[in-house]
Design a protein around this ligand. Structure first.
Ligand SMILES: NC(=O)c1ccc[n+]([C@@H]2O[C@H](COP(=O)([O-])OP(=O)(O)OC[C@H]3O[C@@H](n4cnc5c(N)ncnc54)[C@H](O)[C@@H]3O)[C@@H](O)[C@H]2O)c1
Length: 420
């Protein structure tokens, strides 16, 4: 492995580091799973001197994951994901520890692309990716580096969709672990993490009361389920819109109203999308919405709300509160867009709870550790995290909570082995 030295960081202001460090220390105190797995596996020398490229929304929790890889001896370069998902004080704190950081909160899309390029420049052997940004950059503009890559892990549902398409077209050149498909990720992060953090952000940003209001949720996947459950717990009425009959039936069986969006558009006070596709809320829906309706995106695609389509309908637009823009339609109705249509819980809040991300990042960390230990043995395709690793993560979490399991008796094990 040729050693390419780490380039100098590009961050907003190094003097912000102390505040970033304070935020990261809080995470460290609550990341019991990662801390245990670091001692047990990550610090055993497997990652020493390995160049690791990281692309993530940069806040204290993702920063802590990155620092653990750095403390495991890896040479880490990090790009914050697309503009709007970076905290400058956290970026300064990570850079101060010796990670090469390319992340600025108000970076333009072009600057973000330049930041990704700097990470690719270190010729990474392992990737911790989000929305498959690094993986796609390597497969398009840096094909000569593909041979250096042992593999990586992908955090998001949207990224996994892109990787699946690359695999289907036969172009994925190295093994990637679909972090999102791990049980210890989506069962907790997508469901409970999104449920809590989206409403925490929504309520803090709007300072409104949810009880009795109608919340329309597009997408009843793991995120949608968590959102619906949380909205109901906050005394809202919930309407679910789906394109998949199984998911729609699940929503119905869980006790929620199920309607096509064209009808739900007239009912909602809050509209939240978490589908992983574009243009879910679009002009034909905006035309029907009530005066005062709020629009928020909780999905992994920034275009889930057709913001240009909304702007075309609304001659007047102004910021009425931090992260809330009022779009005044021609007939005088006002629609409120949160965080310009970006992920409301990350762009407008603190993201998922620390203890939830502790599990998600345990998946990411052990996924690349697994690839490093099995270097050259895994096929260049999308892999699931091996079930024993998933179980190890959950077992570790239970142990940190002081919770014990039962075990099968020998007679039960024998019974389960028989077919007669
Ligand atoms: N906000 C966050 O912090 C956060 C956390 C985890 C995942 N995500 C993102 O949220 C999105 C959803 O994740 P998930 O795990 O629930 O995925 P999922 O695949 O389990 O569910 C998505 C659901 O959306 C439905 N859907 C697709 N297009 C639709 C449309 N036009 N109208 C209505 N429903 C539609 C699908 O049928 C599916 O049931 C992904 O993009 C993911 O990356 C966000």
């Amino acid at each position: 492995m040729a050693k390419v030295s780490l380039p100098a960081s590009i961050i907003k202001d190094p003097s912000l580091a102390p505040e970033g460090q304070r935020k990261i220390r809080w995470v460290e105190q609550h990341a019991a799973v990662l801390n245990t797995l670091f001692k047990k596996f990550l610090s055993d020398g497997t990652l020493r001197d390995v160049p690791i490229g990281v692309c993530i929304p940069l806040e204290a929790k993702t920063a802590y994951l990155t620092l653990l890889l750095h403390r495991a001896g890896a040479r880490v370069a990090l790009a914050g994901t697309a503009p709007g998902y970076v905290q400058d004080d956290v970026a300064a704190a990570v850079a101060a520890e010796g990670v090469a950081v390319f992340a600025v909160a108000d970076a333009s899309p072009a600057e973000f692309q330049a930041h990704l390029e700097r990470v690719v420049d270190i010729e990474p052997a392992l990737l911790v990716d989000d929305r498959a940004e690094l993986t796609r950059a390597l497969h398009t503009t840096h094909k000569h580096l593909l041979k250096n890559v042992w593999g990586g892990s992908e955090q998001t549902t949207s990224g996994v969709t892109k990787l699946r398409n690359m695999e289907r077209q036969g172009i994925l050149a190295f093994p990637m672990i679909a972090g999102n498909d791990a049980l210890s990720k989506h069962l907790f992060d997508n469901r409970y993490g999104t449920g809590q953090s989206v409403f925490a952000a929504l309520l803090a940003l709007t300072n409104l009361y949810l009880g009795g209001k109608t919340v329309v949720i597009a997408g009843y996947g793991w995120c949608g389920k968590g959102l619906a459950r949380r909205a109901a717990a906050l005394n809202a009425r919930v309407v679910v819109c789906e394109v998949d009959p199984v998911r729609a039936l699940e929503a119905y069986a869980d006790g929620f109203a199920v309607l096509p969006l064209a009808q739900a558009a007239e009912l909602g006070d809050f509209f939240i999308t978490s589908t992983g596709t574009r243009d879910v809320f679009r002009p034909e829906h905006f035309e029907r919405m009530k005066d005062g309706a709020m629009l928020a995106n909780a999905g992994g695609v920034d275009e889930e709300i057709d913001v240009p389509g909304l702007a075309r309908l609304a001659p007047g637009r102004r910021e009425v509160r931090r992260h809330i823009e009022e779009y005044r339609l021609r007939d005088g109705r006002r629609l409120y867009l949160l965080c310009q249509g970006r992920l409301v819980n990350i762009a407008g809040g603190d993201g998922h709870p620390v203890e939830i991300m502790d599990l998600s990042f345990a998946v990411q960390a052990l996924a690349i550790y697994h690839i490093a230990r099995n270097r050259g043995k895994l096929e260049p395709r999308l892999h699931r995290l091996p079930l024993e690793i998933d179980r190890e993560i959950c077992r570790t979490k239970l142990e940190t909570l002081g919770l014990a399991l039962d075990s099968l008796t020998p007679a039960q094990e024998e019974f389960l082995r028989q077919w007669q």
